[in-house]
Design a protein around this ligand. Structure first.
Ligand code: GAF
Length: 384
């Protein structure tokens, strides 16, 4: 995303030079719904970004403009509340976290916009929260570390957007590195950059253009079911803290103490962590086809055991499986809509994209959006 358009809008509205920040969306190669179970994830920042332009004013007011929605919003820096929905929460949520942590902020003007599709499961909200946090840190000279900023961003999502998300999205967007995925241990937050050398393959995202209304409640339900699984296993193994510590054998010991649903959800999480570890070994050996099989396994688990897929996502994963150019595909993110991620051979890419779009339209009467993405650096300052 070229920052000039946001920068110019800022100058037009506020007649001064802004500080500019870029903050990317994210993909996740494998490891879904494992972050809040203290497991592993393998996400990466992508070249779809939010640009934020900010500068101080001499007021108590914060004056915001969303370029994508063409809407403005003003709030008092010392007196504001979460709104019932809306993009303002992503800015106010971060301001609230910084103030809670004791940082003194003054009024500012801010314009933001970008090309991370909203509601497509590419974490546009984490990109905004991270970007606002870095922009305010730069503006008020707060000297915040990246790790602190992404934690503030996650809390903003919990308290202002109302989603009890794990740490993956904010971590990936903030810490991303060109051509590397992030192999993150969501318990310790230890991570390593994992080179992604796809050679003849391209990452292609197929956006269903749907977001089922179930999404947020189902997300919180899954978290609760996982917690029930942990509590059942703890009766036999008191040292267990999360599903991360549980093996299939341990889960089987507690099978009689939990519902079929809780058992199956927990089993999925244990298996998904194993798939991620195995997947990393395969990627290290350059075995993209082998990694692709782990992706299909992940999709099946998410669809049949964790039950966070939907007919559109299942259709796209099945279609990919039947196409020789695709090494692997799976739904990505929280589920119930959004995108599938596909590893597609470059030589067959155009053909695949044409065929999948046609088939999707025939099946659902809706246009499929397709994005070819590359892995980039995380949230960063463009000018100071
Ligand atoms: C959403 C959440 F925000 C993440 O924390 C993660 O749990 C993901 O769903 C599922 O892996 O994107």
């Amino acid at each position: 995303m070229n920052p000039t358009i946001i920068q110019s809008k800022f100058k037009e509205l506020f007649d001064k030079e802004p500080i500019v920040v870029k903050s990317p969306g994210r993909i996740n190669l494998i490891g879904e719904h494992t972050d809040y179970n203290e497991g592993f994830v393998l996400p990466a920042a992508i070249d779809k970004e939010i640009v934020i332009a900010v500068q101080a004013n001499d007021l108590e007011e914060c004056r915001l403009f969303s370029f994508d929605f063409q809407e403005s919003l003003t709030f008092n820096i010392n007196d504001f509340e979460r709104m019932e929905g809306g993009w303002g929460n992503y800015v106010m949520g971060v301001v609230a976290q910084l103030q809670k942590a004791g940082y003194e902020l003054k009024g500012f003007d801010l314009v933001f916009g970008g090309d991370v599709p909203v509601g497509a499961g590419l974490s546009s909200s984490a990109a905004v929260e991270n970007g606002v946090c870095l922009a305010l840190s730069a503006l008020f000279d707060l000297g915040l570390e990246k790790l602190n900023m992404l934690k503030f961003a996650q809390k903003a999502e919990h308290e202002f957007a109302g989603v009890q998300c794990g740490i993956m999205d904010q971590f990936a967007s903030m810490m991303g590195k060109d051509n590397h995925a992030i192999r993150l241990d969501c318990r310790s937050l230890d991570f390593s950059y994992f080179p992604i050398e796809l050679g003849d393959y391209q990452i292609v995202l197929c956006d269903t253009q749907v977001k089922h209304s179930l999404a947020d409640t189902a997300y919180n339900d899954r978290r609760r079911e996982c917690q029930e699984g942990v509590e059942a296993v703890q009766k036999y193994h008191p040292a267990v803290q999360s599903l991360r510590d549980v093996t299939l054998e341990m889960l089987d010991e507690a099978k009689g103490d939990v519902s079929e649903v809780v058992y199956t959800r927990s089993k999925y999480v244990i298996e998904e962590n194993e798939r991620l570890l195995k997947g990393c070994e395969l990627l290290e050996k350059g075995d993209i086809k082998g990694f692709g099989q782990q992706m299909y396994g992940s999709h099946d688990g998410l669809s049949e055991m964790y039950e966070v897929s939907c007919k559109e996502l299942d259709f796209l994963a099945d279609f990919a499986k039947s196409n020789e150019s695709v090494a692997g595909a799976r739904m990505m993110g929280g589920g119930f809509g959004g995108c599938t991620i596909n590893l597609v051979e470059k030589s067959g890419k155009d053909q695949f994209e044409k065929e999948v779009a046609t088939a999707y339209y025939e099946a659902f009467g809706k246009a499929l959006k397709i994005y070819e993405v590359n892995i980039t650096d995380g949230t960063r300052l463009v000018t100071a």
